[in-house]
Ligand binder design. Structure first.
Ligand SMILES: [Zn+2]
Length: 303
């Protein structure tokens, strides 16, 4: 079986007028009904857990920001609504029941239909629709449960600057990101950003130009770092690289996406792998993209 996380709590943040809205997870949840998935209950991350990846003052600020009159983080990309702290705590915390299920050997693959997304959230601040860095918390929690070496693969069309920031000096968490060069967040994501200190060589950026084709992205995914030999693979699954999306010029088709997912599954081999929702804003394209992902995850799943 393939593990699955969803809960209506994820609809209670943000605004229906914002492109990162509740209809995204609701659309995906409809698609998920057609697959044999093992659903796990959500869990809220504690502030102490969030402080393993974010600076304490940022976590404390998010908790009280709405009450104090703040309505966004940095700018109106990242809204704060009455339940944002709670919903974001559930999005990050719900990664942990999946790690626990991996540890118990119940499942080896999972899809997490969660929001708000996380990969732009840095140690000091959220941004770019992201409040807390869900995949970073999952990586740290997995390490606490014995998965020593974590590979994070990020195929969202935007650079995962937050994940890069959190693990930049860390050689136990490898970060591999493919993304459109001339796109948000603009000032990070070059090939020269390779990590620092012990983490040098463990941060791998693969920026591409405008109008990225299937061939181009598939070539990038021929270069997954098999030398790292991870104990667990976590995927920032952002579907805004698809050709029908409106916030990039990338031209990836569903066949191209399927190829990318197969290469990532091959890279994971028999190690546990989890896909966490990041971007993807055209609901029709998003639904079909997750369908392709779940088709591949449930195929040849021997557990
Ligand atoms: Zn994105």
């Amino acid at each position: 079986m393939v593990g699955y996380i969803y809960d209506p709590i994820f609809t209670l943040h943000g605004s229906d007028e914002h492109i990162e809205n509740r209809f995204r997870v609701e659309t995906i949840h409809q698609v998920a009904q057609n697959f044999p998935l093992m659903r796990y209950p959500v869990r809220k991350a504690t502030k102490e857990e969030l402080k393993t990846i974010h600076e304490a003052h940022y976590v404390d600020w998010v908790e009280r920001a709405y009450e104090e009159g703040y309505r966004f983080i940095l700018n109106e990309d990242t809204l704060l609504t009455p339940k944002s702290f709670e919903v974001a705590s559930f999005a990050a915390g719900s990664t942990m029941p999946i790690v626990d299920a991996f540890t118990r050997g119940e499942i080896r693959r999972a899809f997490l239909n969660i929001r708000p997304p996380g990969h732009h959230a840095e140690r000091k601040t959220g941004q770019g629709f992201c409040i807390f860095n869900n995949i970073a918390l999952m990586a740290r929690y997995a390490q606490s449960q014995g998965f020593g070496k974590v590979a994070i693969i990020d195929f969202d069309v935007h650079h995962g600057n937050g994940t890069q920031d959190i693990f930049y000096e860390d050689d136990t968490v490898l970060f591999f990101s493919s993304h459109e060069r001339n796109n948000y967040p603009y000032f990070t994501g070059s090939e020269e950003e390779r990590g620092a200190g012990r983490g040098e060589g463990y941060n791998i950026n693969k920026p591409y130009g405008d109008y990225c084709s299937d061939e181009e992205i598939l070539r990038i995914y021929d270069d997954l770092p098999t030398w790292f030999e991870p104990d667990i693979v976590l995927v920032s699954a952002g579907y805004d690289l698809m050709k029908d999306e409106f916030i990039s010029t990338a031209q990836i088709t569903f066949d191209g996406l399927r190829g990318v997912i197969r290469k990532i599954l091959d890279f994971a081999g028999d190690k546990p792998i989890a896909f966490l929702l990041e971007g993807g804003y055209n609901l029709e394209s998003l639904g079909r993209s997750v369908e392709v992902t779940l088709e591949e995850l449930t195929k040849f799943d021997t557990m």
